[in-house]
Design a protein around this ligand. Structure first.
Ligand code: C2E
Ligand code: CA
Ligand code: CA
Ligand code: CA
Length: 282
Protein backbone atom coordinates (compact mmCIF):
# COMPACT_ATOMS: atom_id res chain seq x y z
CA UNK A 1 0.00 0.00 0.00
CA UNK A 2 2.91 2.28 0.84
CA UNK A 3 4.59 1.49 -2.46
CA UNK A 4 1.38 2.23 -4.29
CA UNK A 5 0.99 5.48 -2.37
CA UNK A 6 4.43 6.61 -3.41
CA UNK A 7 3.80 5.75 -7.03
CA UNK A 8 0.52 7.56 -6.95
CA UNK A 9 2.25 10.61 -5.54
CA UNK A 10 4.99 10.54 -8.14
CA UNK A 11 2.46 10.11 -10.86
CA UNK A 12 0.56 13.06 -9.47
CA UNK A 13 3.56 15.42 -9.37
CA UNK A 14 4.60 14.34 -12.84
CA UNK A 15 1.11 15.16 -14.05
CA UNK A 16 1.31 18.53 -12.38
CA UNK A 17 4.68 19.28 -13.94
CA UNK A 18 3.48 18.21 -17.35
CA UNK A 19 0.53 20.48 -17.09
CA UNK A 20 2.68 23.40 -15.93
CA UNK A 21 5.17 22.84 -18.75
CA UNK A 22 2.34 22.63 -21.26
CA UNK A 23 0.79 25.78 -19.83
CA UNK A 24 4.03 27.75 -20.14
CA UNK A 25 4.60 26.44 -23.64
CA UNK A 26 1.08 27.27 -24.76
CA UNK A 27 1.40 30.74 -23.26
CA UNK A 28 4.58 31.31 -25.24
CA UNK A 29 2.93 30.06 -28.43
CA UNK A 30 -0.09 32.24 -27.71
CA UNK A 31 2.12 35.31 -27.88
CA UNK A 32 2.81 34.51 -31.55
CA UNK A 33 -0.57 33.16 -32.56
CA UNK A 34 -2.11 36.48 -33.58
CA UNK A 35 0.89 37.56 -35.66
CA UNK A 36 0.93 34.13 -37.34
CA UNK A 37 -2.80 34.30 -38.06
CA UNK A 38 -3.50 31.03 -36.26
CA UNK A 39 -6.97 31.81 -34.93
CA UNK A 40 -10.11 30.90 -36.78
CA UNK A 41 -13.81 31.43 -36.09
CA UNK A 42 -16.22 28.52 -36.30
CA UNK A 43 -19.93 29.25 -36.56
CA UNK A 44 -22.78 27.41 -34.88
CA UNK A 45 -26.30 28.00 -36.24
CA UNK A 46 -29.05 29.35 -34.00
CA UNK A 47 -32.48 28.19 -35.11
CA UNK A 48 -35.55 30.41 -34.89
CA UNK A 49 -38.22 28.02 -33.62
CA UNK A 50 -41.14 29.98 -35.00
CA UNK A 51 -39.93 30.29 -38.59
CA UNK A 52 -37.68 27.20 -38.62
CA UNK A 53 -34.90 29.30 -40.13
CA UNK A 54 -31.33 29.89 -39.06
CA UNK A 55 -31.34 33.59 -38.27
CA UNK A 56 -28.02 33.87 -36.48
CA UNK A 57 -24.80 32.05 -35.72
CA UNK A 58 -22.53 32.06 -32.71
CA UNK A 59 -18.86 32.68 -33.48
CA UNK A 60 -16.65 30.31 -31.47
CA UNK A 61 -12.88 30.77 -31.63
CA UNK A 62 -10.45 27.93 -32.39
CA UNK A 63 -6.68 27.99 -32.41
CA UNK A 64 -4.99 26.20 -35.29
CA UNK A 65 -1.86 25.35 -33.32
CA UNK A 66 1.18 24.58 -35.51
CA UNK A 67 1.95 21.34 -33.63
CA UNK A 68 -1.06 20.48 -31.48
CA UNK A 69 -3.76 20.88 -34.12
CA UNK A 70 -7.10 22.56 -33.60
CA UNK A 71 -7.43 23.72 -29.98
CA UNK A 72 -10.69 24.47 -28.19
CA UNK A 73 -11.12 27.83 -26.49
CA UNK A 74 -11.36 26.13 -23.09
CA UNK A 75 -7.70 25.22 -23.56
CA UNK A 76 -6.43 28.74 -24.20
CA UNK A 77 -8.98 31.44 -23.31
CA UNK A 78 -8.37 31.08 -19.53
CA UNK A 79 -4.63 31.32 -20.23
CA UNK A 80 -5.16 34.40 -22.38
CA UNK A 81 -7.21 35.95 -19.60
CA UNK A 82 -4.41 35.40 -17.08
CA UNK A 83 -1.77 36.95 -19.31
CA UNK A 84 -3.97 39.78 -20.55
CA UNK A 85 -3.65 38.66 -24.18
CA UNK A 86 -7.42 38.22 -24.19
CA UNK A 87 -7.80 41.91 -25.07
CA UNK A 88 -5.96 41.53 -28.37
CA UNK A 89 -7.62 38.20 -29.11
CA UNK A 90 -11.00 39.78 -28.45
CA UNK A 91 -10.20 42.57 -30.88
CA UNK A 92 -9.32 40.02 -33.50
CA UNK A 93 -12.65 38.23 -32.87
CA UNK A 94 -14.60 41.47 -33.26
CA UNK A 95 -12.84 42.33 -36.52
CA UNK A 96 -13.09 38.79 -37.90
CA UNK A 97 -16.83 38.66 -37.13
CA UNK A 98 -17.40 42.03 -38.82
CA UNK A 99 -15.35 40.92 -41.86
CA UNK A 100 -17.50 37.81 -42.11
CA UNK A 101 -20.67 39.90 -41.92
CA UNK A 102 -19.20 42.08 -44.65
CA UNK A 103 -18.56 39.05 -46.87
CA UNK A 104 -22.08 37.76 -46.25
CA UNK A 105 -23.75 41.06 -47.06
CA UNK A 106 -25.04 40.17 -50.49
CA UNK A 107 -25.43 36.40 -50.70
CA UNK A 108 -27.79 33.86 -49.21
CA UNK A 109 -26.34 34.64 -45.77
CA UNK A 110 -27.28 38.30 -45.91
CA UNK A 111 -29.85 38.03 -43.11
CA UNK A 112 -27.57 36.20 -40.69
CA UNK A 113 -26.51 37.87 -37.47
CA UNK A 114 -23.29 36.91 -35.71
CA UNK A 115 -23.06 36.57 -31.93
CA UNK A 116 -19.58 36.90 -30.43
CA UNK A 117 -18.43 36.05 -26.92
CA UNK A 118 -16.85 38.70 -24.74
CA UNK A 119 -15.44 37.94 -21.30
CA UNK A 120 -15.70 40.34 -18.38
CA UNK A 121 -12.02 41.18 -18.79
CA UNK A 122 -12.62 42.35 -22.35
CA UNK A 123 -15.32 44.67 -21.09
CA UNK A 124 -12.74 46.33 -18.82
CA UNK A 125 -10.97 47.74 -21.85
CA UNK A 126 -12.06 51.35 -22.24
CA UNK A 127 -11.42 51.37 -25.98
CA UNK A 128 -13.59 48.30 -26.61
CA UNK A 129 -16.58 50.31 -27.79
CA UNK A 130 -14.44 52.39 -30.16
CA UNK A 131 -12.99 49.21 -31.53
CA UNK A 132 -16.43 47.72 -32.17
CA UNK A 133 -17.61 50.94 -33.81
CA UNK A 134 -14.54 51.08 -36.06
CA UNK A 135 -14.81 47.43 -37.05
CA UNK A 136 -18.49 47.84 -37.99
CA UNK A 137 -17.69 50.98 -39.96
CA UNK A 138 -14.67 49.65 -41.83
CA UNK A 139 -16.64 46.59 -42.97
CA UNK A 140 -19.78 48.67 -43.53
CA UNK A 141 -21.89 46.36 -41.44
CA UNK A 142 -25.29 47.15 -39.96
CA UNK A 143 -24.67 47.16 -36.16
CA UNK A 144 -27.88 45.22 -35.49
CA UNK A 145 -26.20 42.26 -37.26
CA UNK A 146 -23.73 41.98 -34.40
CA UNK A 147 -24.68 40.48 -31.07
CA UNK A 148 -22.53 40.27 -27.95
CA UNK A 149 -22.82 37.37 -25.50
CA UNK A 150 -21.79 38.14 -21.94
CA UNK A 151 -22.03 36.05 -18.79
CA UNK A 152 -23.60 37.23 -15.55
CA UNK A 153 -20.13 37.72 -14.03
CA UNK A 154 -20.20 41.24 -15.45
CA UNK A 155 -23.02 42.09 -13.03
CA UNK A 156 -20.98 41.04 -9.98
CA UNK A 157 -17.85 43.22 -10.24
CA UNK A 158 -17.21 46.66 -11.77
CA UNK A 159 -20.94 46.88 -12.23
CA UNK A 160 -21.09 50.57 -12.92
CA UNK A 161 -18.29 50.48 -15.49
CA UNK A 162 -19.77 47.40 -17.17
CA UNK A 163 -23.28 48.84 -17.38
CA UNK A 164 -21.77 51.97 -18.90
CA UNK A 165 -19.92 49.89 -21.51
CA UNK A 166 -23.07 47.93 -22.29
CA UNK A 167 -25.19 51.01 -22.81
CA UNK A 168 -22.57 52.39 -25.19
CA UNK A 169 -22.57 49.12 -27.15
CA UNK A 170 -26.33 49.22 -27.26
CA UNK A 171 -26.32 52.82 -28.44
CA UNK A 172 -24.25 51.62 -31.38
CA UNK A 173 -27.13 49.29 -32.20
CA UNK A 174 -25.40 46.07 -31.13
CA UNK A 175 -27.63 43.43 -29.51
CA UNK A 176 -26.86 42.08 -26.05
CA UNK A 177 -27.33 38.51 -24.86
CA UNK A 178 -26.79 37.03 -21.40
CA UNK A 179 -24.90 33.76 -21.83
CA UNK A 180 -25.10 30.70 -19.54
CA UNK A 181 -28.15 32.21 -17.86
CA UNK A 182 -29.04 30.70 -14.51
CA UNK A 183 -25.60 29.63 -13.30
CA UNK A 184 -24.00 33.01 -12.70
CA UNK A 185 -24.79 33.75 -9.02
CA UNK A 186 -25.80 37.32 -9.80
CA UNK A 187 -29.07 38.91 -8.77
CA UNK A 188 -31.85 39.38 -11.29
CA UNK A 189 -31.89 43.12 -10.64
CA UNK A 190 -29.90 43.83 -13.78
CA UNK A 191 -32.78 42.57 -15.89
CA UNK A 192 -34.81 45.43 -14.46
CA UNK A 193 -32.04 48.05 -14.62
CA UNK A 194 -30.61 47.11 -17.94
CA UNK A 195 -32.05 46.47 -21.38
CA UNK A 196 -31.03 42.99 -22.49
CA UNK A 197 -32.17 41.59 -25.85
CA UNK A 198 -31.69 37.89 -25.30
CA UNK A 199 -31.27 35.30 -22.53
CA UNK A 200 -29.38 32.08 -23.28
CA UNK A 201 -30.54 29.30 -20.97
CA UNK A 202 -27.47 27.40 -19.84
CA UNK A 203 -26.90 23.97 -21.32
CA UNK A 204 -26.92 22.39 -17.82
CA UNK A 205 -30.70 22.98 -17.64
CA UNK A 206 -31.35 21.66 -21.14
CA UNK A 207 -29.39 18.38 -20.95
CA UNK A 208 -32.03 16.63 -18.80
CA UNK A 209 -34.97 18.92 -19.46
CA UNK A 210 -37.14 16.07 -20.72
CA UNK A 211 -36.11 13.69 -17.92
CA UNK A 212 -35.89 15.86 -14.84
CA UNK A 213 -38.90 17.68 -13.47
CA UNK A 214 -36.80 20.39 -11.78
CA UNK A 215 -34.90 21.24 -14.97
CA UNK A 216 -38.20 21.46 -16.85
CA UNK A 217 -39.64 23.77 -14.17
CA UNK A 218 -36.58 26.03 -14.25
CA UNK A 219 -36.50 26.16 -18.05
CA UNK A 220 -40.20 27.04 -18.24
CA UNK A 221 -39.76 29.68 -15.54
CA UNK A 222 -36.83 31.30 -17.36
CA UNK A 223 -38.79 31.41 -20.62
CA UNK A 224 -41.79 33.01 -18.86
CA UNK A 225 -39.63 35.45 -16.91
CA UNK A 226 -37.90 36.60 -20.08
CA UNK A 227 -41.10 36.88 -22.10
CA UNK A 228 -42.85 38.87 -19.37
CA UNK A 229 -39.90 41.29 -19.46
CA UNK A 230 -40.02 41.49 -23.25
CA UNK A 231 -36.79 39.53 -23.68
CA UNK A 232 -36.25 36.73 -26.20
CA UNK A 233 -34.91 33.33 -25.12
CA UNK A 234 -32.51 30.88 -26.70
CA UNK A 235 -31.68 27.42 -25.36
CA UNK A 236 -28.13 26.11 -25.78
CA UNK A 237 -26.88 22.53 -25.86
CA UNK A 238 -29.93 21.08 -27.64
CA UNK A 239 -28.97 17.54 -28.60
CA UNK A 240 -32.26 15.63 -29.04
CA UNK A 241 -35.54 15.98 -30.91
CA UNK A 242 -37.36 15.63 -27.58
CA UNK A 243 -35.54 18.63 -26.15
CA UNK A 244 -36.33 20.64 -29.26
CA UNK A 245 -40.01 19.70 -29.03
CA UNK A 246 -40.11 20.66 -25.35
CA UNK A 247 -38.67 24.06 -26.22
CA UNK A 248 -41.16 24.55 -29.05
CA UNK A 249 -44.04 23.54 -26.78
CA UNK A 250 -42.98 26.11 -24.23
CA UNK A 251 -42.49 28.93 -26.72
CA UNK A 252 -38.73 29.23 -26.43
CA UNK A 253 -37.72 31.55 -29.28
CA UNK A 254 -34.55 29.90 -30.48
CA UNK A 255 -32.40 26.80 -30.12
CA UNK A 256 -28.74 25.99 -30.60
CA UNK A 257 -26.93 22.69 -30.23
CA UNK A 258 -25.41 19.64 -31.87
CA UNK A 259 -28.87 18.45 -32.98
CA UNK A 260 -29.03 21.40 -35.36
CA UNK A 261 -25.32 21.62 -36.12
CA UNK A 262 -21.92 21.56 -34.52
CA UNK A 263 -19.82 24.71 -34.83
CA UNK A 264 -18.35 24.65 -38.37
CA UNK A 265 -16.07 26.79 -40.56
CA UNK A 266 -17.80 29.53 -42.57
CA UNK A 267 -17.45 27.56 -45.82
CA UNK A 268 -19.23 24.51 -44.37
CA UNK A 269 -22.01 26.69 -43.03
CA UNK A 270 -22.47 28.30 -46.43
CA UNK A 271 -22.56 24.87 -48.10
CA UNK A 272 -25.12 23.52 -45.64
CA UNK A 273 -27.32 26.56 -46.23
CA UNK A 274 -26.91 26.29 -50.01
CA UNK A 275 -27.90 22.61 -49.98
CA UNK A 276 -30.95 23.45 -47.91
CA UNK A 277 -29.78 21.28 -45.02
CA UNK A 278 -30.23 24.44 -43.00
CA UNK A 279 -32.47 27.26 -44.09
CA UNK A 280 -32.23 31.03 -43.73
CA UNK A 281 -35.69 31.41 -45.16
CA UNK A 282 -34.60 33.01 -48.42
P1 C2E B 1 -20.11 29.15 -24.62
O1 C2E B 1 -20.15 30.57 -25.03
O2 C2E B 1 -21.10 28.74 -23.57
O3 C2E B 1 -20.27 28.31 -25.95
C1 C2E B 1 -20.98 27.10 -26.04
C2 C2E B 1 -20.05 25.91 -26.05
O4 C2E B 1 -20.85 24.73 -26.06
C3 C2E B 1 -19.17 25.83 -27.27
O5 C2E B 1 -17.95 25.20 -26.90
C4 C2E B 1 -19.97 24.91 -28.19
O6 C2E B 1 -19.17 24.26 -29.15
C5 C2E B 1 -20.53 23.95 -27.20
N1 C2E B 1 -21.78 23.35 -27.67
C6 C2E B 1 -22.66 23.84 -28.57
N2 C2E B 1 -23.71 23.01 -28.73
C7 C2E B 1 -23.50 21.96 -27.90
C8 C2E B 1 -24.24 20.76 -27.62
O7 C2E B 1 -25.30 20.49 -28.16
N3 C2E B 1 -23.69 19.91 -26.69
C9 C2E B 1 -22.52 20.18 -26.08
N4 C2E B 1 -22.06 19.28 -25.21
N5 C2E B 1 -21.79 21.31 -26.32
C10 C2E B 1 -22.29 22.19 -27.22
P2 C2E B 1 -16.56 25.81 -27.36
O8 C2E B 1 -16.63 26.25 -28.78
O9 C2E B 1 -15.51 24.80 -26.99
O10 C2E B 1 -16.40 27.09 -26.47
C11 C2E B 1 -16.25 27.00 -25.08
C12 C2E B 1 -16.30 28.34 -24.42
O11 C2E B 1 -15.19 29.14 -24.81
C13 C2E B 1 -17.52 29.16 -24.81
O12 C2E B 1 -18.65 28.74 -24.07
C14 C2E B 1 -17.05 30.56 -24.47
O13 C2E B 1 -17.22 30.80 -23.07
C15 C2E B 1 -15.57 30.48 -24.78
N6 C2E B 1 -15.32 31.13 -26.08
C16 C2E B 1 -15.47 30.63 -27.33
N7 C2E B 1 -15.14 31.54 -28.27
C17 C2E B 1 -14.77 32.65 -27.59
C18 C2E B 1 -14.32 33.96 -27.99
O14 C2E B 1 -14.22 34.31 -29.18
N8 C2E B 1 -14.02 34.84 -26.98
C19 C2E B 1 -14.16 34.51 -25.65
N9 C2E B 1 -13.85 35.44 -24.72
N10 C2E B 1 -14.58 33.31 -25.25
C20 C2E B 1 -14.88 32.38 -26.20
CA1 CA C 1 -21.62 31.91 -25.83
CA1 CA D 1 -23.22 29.49 -23.29
CA1 CA E 1 -20.72 27.97 -21.28
Amino acid sequence: AKEQGRNTYQFYTEGMQDREVMRLELDKDLSKALANDEFVLFFQPQLDLESGDVTSVEALIRWQHPRRGLLSPVEFIPLAEESGRITDIGRWVILAACRQLGRWKNGQCRNLRIAINLSGLELNDDSLVDHVRNALRSEQVDPSKLEVELTEEIFIQNIEHNLNQLSKLRQLGVQLAIDDFGVGYSSLGYLRDFPVDLLKIDRSFITDVTERHDDAVITRAVINLAHNLGIRVIAEGVETEEQLQFLRDHRCNMAQGYLISRPVPARDLEKALAKGILSTGL
